[in-house]
Design a protein around this ligand. Sequence first.
Ligand SMILES: Cc1cc2nc3c(=O)[nH]c(=O)nc-3n(C[C@H](O)[C@H](O)[C@H](O)COP(=O)(O)OP(=O)(O)OC[C@H]3O[C@@H](n4cnc5c(N)ncnc54)[C@H](O)[C@@H]3O)c2cc1C
Length: 476
Amino acid sequence: MRVAVIGAGVVGALIARELCRYEGEVLLFEREADVGWGVTKANSGIVHGGFHDPPSTIRARFCVRGNAMYEGLCRELNVPFLRTGAYVLALSKEELPLLEELRAQGEENGVPGLEIHSQEEVLSREPNVNPKVLSGLWSPTVGITEPWAVALAAVENALANGLELHLSEEITGIRVEKRQVQEVKTPEGRYPVDAVVNAAGLFADHVAAMAGLSEPVLFPRRGEYVLLDKAAEGLVRSVIFPAPSGKSKGILVLPTIDGGILLGPTAEDLPPEAKEATETTPEGLSQVMEGARRLVPKLPLGQAIKTFAGLRPESPQKDFILGESPVKGFYQAAAMRSPGLTAAPAIARWLACEVMTSELSLKRKGSFSPIRKGIPRVAELPEAEWEELIRKDPRYGRIVCFCNKVTEGEIVEAIRRGARTLDGVKFRTRAGFGRCQGAFCTDRILAILARELGRAPEEISQKGAGSPLVGGRVRP
Ligand SMILES: Cc1cc2nc3c(=O)[nH]c(=O)nc-3n(C[C@H](O)[C@H](O)[C@H](O)COP(=O)(O)OP(=O)(O)OC[C@H]3O[C@@H](n4cnc5c(N)ncnc54)[C@H](O)[C@@H]3O)c2cc1C
């Protein structure tokens, strides 16, 4: 059995990992130079509770199941995950019934522990939210994670279990005969396969069309963000939602896993062809600041260190498209709008272990190990453990990124595990992710990459082809 998974975002990465539990070959194709650089790279990073999604939706089913799996998954993969809980705030009388509706919806979906808290209780837990808050819906199971870290760790673990990874290799065609998948094509070659999983994010419509399918129909919905520095840590301890607008969950204020504060996102529908439109706009950013200020009036906006935007793969039916398709051997994990990050582990388990195993008669292999050891994070280690690490490898004693306290040892280890670009190092180690956004460490990371990979600095890029960091030497 040979299966091609298309797309190494969080969804494709987790599906590929699940498929590696079975005998046969699993090939993961990604057109970018690294894992997790699509929708997975720019989102809120929330492991949602599941109370926002209407009970009849596929989203609701997989969100609640996925949420319950996150703790175990992140333990196995050694990825950070924190159950912060979340509040939905009612700031006016008109919003009060919305909290009751969300609670009833959540309970129908099987979300545990939902409670409506009084103004006093909300303010005692979250003293910086708007003092005009009337009450809040508390959801204790909501959590936060680093989405790209989940994808990277899942691929690393899958590689240790036999995955064949094809980076910078775009699927450009799929041969179907007698309504059965035969092979996938890339500029590098042709690969005969028994099955294909379409996990191509915003481009899942293009991939489906290669197999002759008209679903999903996708358009991007842009979400803009402002990130505040770690100096704002503690401003809120849980995820703070407004009462929902109908179109989206609204503009939020939430802690990030590494101590920052994230504000956003907006929800702006773009034409189907605008799938690369990740630029921010003055209007979008003012909307973010206004919406966030409504929830937390004393926002230290002077501590903003970055703005960015992500694109949700939206579909007219506003739901995931999952499982078998009219083409035999072609499986969909598409239209993965929010809460796709949350749902991903449950979708991966269901698709690989329930749907595909029975249809393709996959057999479990005895040797699968679910455990992946992470790169040591000096910033989080007790001093004695850091010293021990330095004794074994002095490079762990040389700090390269001072904002996030990332050492040369961590960067070298990231390169050993597959980082080939500046962003590859950044997403694996958080070097360049801090207050200065790489202003002080980019040249040093570039030099380490060049040295470890045996290349000239001019050959090292930010994120693969077409993104050089230096143009050439000033002096020969
Ligand atoms: C603004 C915003 C906020 C969000 N917030 C949350 C949240 O808080 N919680 C939550 O649960 N969800 C959230 N989501 C949704 C979540 O981010 C997505 O559901 C999830 O990341 C989708 O992952 P994916 O693997 O399907 O797609 P992607 O990460 O886009 O992965 C698909 C991959 O396929 C590759 N690809 C495309 N075409 C080809 C091809 N032809 N050949 C090879 N490779 C190809 C792409 O390069 C890409 O890397 C949010 C999304 C956005 C945009």
